[in-house]
Ligand binder design. Structure first.
Ligand SMILES: Nc1ncnc2c1ncn2[C@@H]1O[C@H](COP(=O)(O)OP(=O)(O)OP(=O)(O)O)[C@@H](O)[C@H]1O
Ligand SMILES: [Mg+2]
Length: 349
């Protein structure tokens, strides 16, 4: 069974050009426009204002959290609010220390360097980055073997903004060199309604408030998904010719397989596998990934955080376990009493 296909509006890998252009257009440009994450916003504001008052580059910032919660958006805001140019790169594009050296040595003074998916950078580049972050200096190795020498190179001061969906994979020395780590949380329904309202105005889409609230409750706490579902509802109302009301939302979401809790097909496939093939768990991550035909990393960073957050799944030292609410949500009876499973201390991880 394959669970991610191109028609799924909630699939994390769905990034066609039009989707990306759409996302770009809806991205808030300033901290004031950025909805929710009040704590992180306050912390960032302080950090940026202090840097500005002292006329220096802001500390390095790490943005951690599940996909679609606003990491790239915040990185752009950091550059915008500090009035500095932004350079974009990503972990997978930095496969050698030389790639990073080329990037760092071409930065202009004060530039904000955004490295997305920073946990996927090559090890050798990571080590170069430690020194660059701390002392704005790198050592470039010239030659190989016994004749190799290292040439020190001074860099222009810069602010590194790293983003990761897997902060646990970052080596400690790298994590420690960020002056501030922002942990982004899932958004609540009121915040998502605000995100949707803003998007509806920008798209000039007339949709009623109850309809927006319904989308807000079914978008996995994620602004990116909220915006995508809004677009599907707009398509639905347009094609069916009706009003953009709660009925249109229900119709569109049913068509696209988004259930009342906002679970998409991959979420449901994972829970179904745990409930039906593994008797409710515990089941190991890799076994689970194979059984739904997905990468373990996708299950861990995309699917699980939300299922844990809404209390359908717990992560225990012995594996993943479906909670009693999961059994109830799918209307499946326990084969035997699994009620003795204690929630684990690792649930919040
Ligand atoms: N706080 C917010 N207020 C309004 N819109 C938001 C907010 N956060 C995110 N968005 C919207 O959600 C979209 C996705 O956000 P963004 O690209 O920043 O997520 P991300 O965390 O970088 O995801 P990924 O891990 O997949 O790269 C943006 O285009 C933006 O329109
Ligand atoms: Mg991003």
């Amino acid at each position: 069974m394959t669970v991610s296909d191109d028609s799924d509006p909630t699939a994390p890998e769905l990034e066609s050009e039009s989707e990306l252009a759409f996302e770009g257009a809806l991205r808030p440009r300033s901290l004031a426009e950025f909805v929710g994450q009040a704590k992180v916003r306050g912390q960032l504001q302080l950090l940026l204002t202090a840097a500005k008052m002292q006329d220096r580059t802001a500390d390095h910032i790490l943005l951690a959290g599940p996909p679609g919660l606003g990491k790239t958006t915040l990185a752009m805001i950091v550059a915008h609010e500090s009035g500095r140019p932004l350079r974009l790169s990503s972990g997978p594009a930095i496969q050698h220390a030389g790639d990073l050296a080329a990037l760092l040595s071409s930065l202009t003074p004060g530039e904000v360097l955004f490295i997305d998916e920073i946990h996927r950078m090559a090890r050798s580049a990571e080590e170069m980055l430690y020194l660059a972050m701390e002392d704005f200096r790198i050592d470039i190795m010239v030659g190989k073997g016994a004749g190799a020498t290292s040439i020190p190179l001074d860099l222009a001061p810069f602010t590194l903004v790293g983003a990761t969906t897997r902060s646990g994979l970052l080596p400690n020395p790298l994590r420690d060199r960020f002056g501030f780590t922002a942990h982004l949380e899932f958004y609540d329904e009121a915040e998502l309604t605000q995100v949707l309202q803003r998007a509806a105005v920008m798209l000039d889409f007339d949709i009623d408030r109850a309809a927006l609230a319904e989308i807000a409750g079914r978008c996995r706490g994620t602004p990116r998904i909220a915006n995508r579902l809004l677009r599907r509802v707009r398509d639905f109302a347009l094609v069916r010719g009706g009003a953009a009301d709660i009925e249109a939302v229900r119709g569109a979401l049913e068509l696209y397989d988004v259930d009342p809790l906002g679970l998409d097909r991959l979420d449901r496939a994972v829970l179904h596998a745990i409930l039906e093939r593994f008797g409710g768990g515990p089941v190991g991550l890799n076994t689970l990934a194979v059984s739904v035909g997905e990468e373990a990393e996708t299950i861990e960073s995309v699917v699980e955080p939300f299922l844990v957050r809404i209390g359908l799944l717990s992560r225990t030292p012995r594996g993943r376990v479906a909670t009693p609410s999961a059994w109830r949500h799918f209307g499946i009876d326990h084969p035997q009493q699994v009620g003795s499973q204690q929630p684990s201390l690792m649930d919040d991880l």
